[in-house]
Write a protein that binds this ligand. Structure first.
Ligand SMILES: Nc1ncnc2c1ncn2[C@@H]1O[C@H](COP(=O)(O)OP(=O)(O)OP(=O)(O)O)[C@@H](O)[C@H]1O
Length: 242
């Protein structure tokens, strides 16, 4: 059941993390400890501007903290160069972005297969499920509720709800150990939001991926194993100068 590339211990482990965009101000993020086990689901919430997206950028190795460590599969991102971090992210993390970030002129299917073009590991894991990764992509899209007739359409021709399903399939292809979703349901009404979350949870369990889901909507929290609530950043006192 355990992947040979996965060492013992948590999938993700953060310790004494401090991060700010402006090093002269109080840190935006100050997290003493945070960990996520393989297959676990974590809900991250907090008011607008508290640093949810910034935290995801740190966990994915896009940015580095001023202090602390961020271990993914036992490797501290802080000690890795940019290329190594990009590689680790491509191999082990599937991202669903707030605006989906699909490539508009590529077909739905080619969008889903993008991680397999950038990561040999993701391509290999997709091939383990089906020798033809296109069929893996189609099956994922089908389970996520996208009409198979849309697979050859350009992504820009889809509705927001359909694009969301494509973005989820792209994040899930090749069964990454960690799935990170940044407010992917914010454009949907309540019922569609819950239905999508249900599908996403089911597919992440099927892929044995841990799920880190960000939203400002606390009503979704009960659907996850654990919740981390971020606090708004401390503002400087009026009249104080940095
Ligand atoms: N690339 C950047 N450069 C400088 N400041 C940034 C950058 N990205 C975000 N910030 C600042 O960091 C703070 C937190 O932003 P972030 O997007 O992480 O918050 P959030 O909790 O995800 O907000 P929302 O719920 O509105 O999406 C904001 O004050 C924002 O202006």
């Amino acid at each position: 059941m355990s992947d040979s590339a996965t060492p013992q211990g948590p999938l993700l482990q953060v310790a004494s993390l401090r991060f700010g965009w402006d090093s002269r101000s109080a840190p935006l993020l100050d997290i003493e400890a945070l960990s996520l086990a393989a297959g676990e689901s974590l809900f991250v919430c907090g008011p607008s501007g508290c640093g949810k997206s910034s935290l995801l950028g740190l966990l994915g190795g896009v940015h580095l903290p001023q202090q602390g460590s961020i271990r993914l599969l036992g490797r501290d991102l802080v000690n890795l160069g940019r290329q190594q971090r990009d590689r680790l992210r491509g191999d082990h993390i599937g991202f669903i972005f707030q605006q989906f970030n699909l490539i508009p002129y590529l077909s739905v299917e080619d969008n889903v297969l993008l991680p397999c073009r950038f990561s040999a590991r993701r391509a290999e894991r997709a091939r383990q499920l089906d020798a033809d990764p296109r069929r893996s992509a189609q099956r994922l899209l089908d389970r996520l509720g996208l009409d198979p007739a849309l697979a050859r359409r350009q992504a820009m021709e889809l509705s927001v709800g359909q694009q969301q399903r494509v973005a989820a399939a792209r994040a899930l292809i090749g069964c990454p150990e960690l799935l990170i979703a940044d407010e992917p349901t914010s454009a949907l009404d309540g019922d569609s939001q819950h239905a999508f979350l249900e599908l996403l949870s089911e597919e992440s369990r099927r892929a044995r991926s841990a799920l880190l889901f960000v939203s400002h909507d606390r009503s979704l929290a009960s659907r996850f194993d654990r919740c981390l609530e971020l606090q708004p950043p401390v503002r400087s006192a009026p009249g104080s100068r940095s």
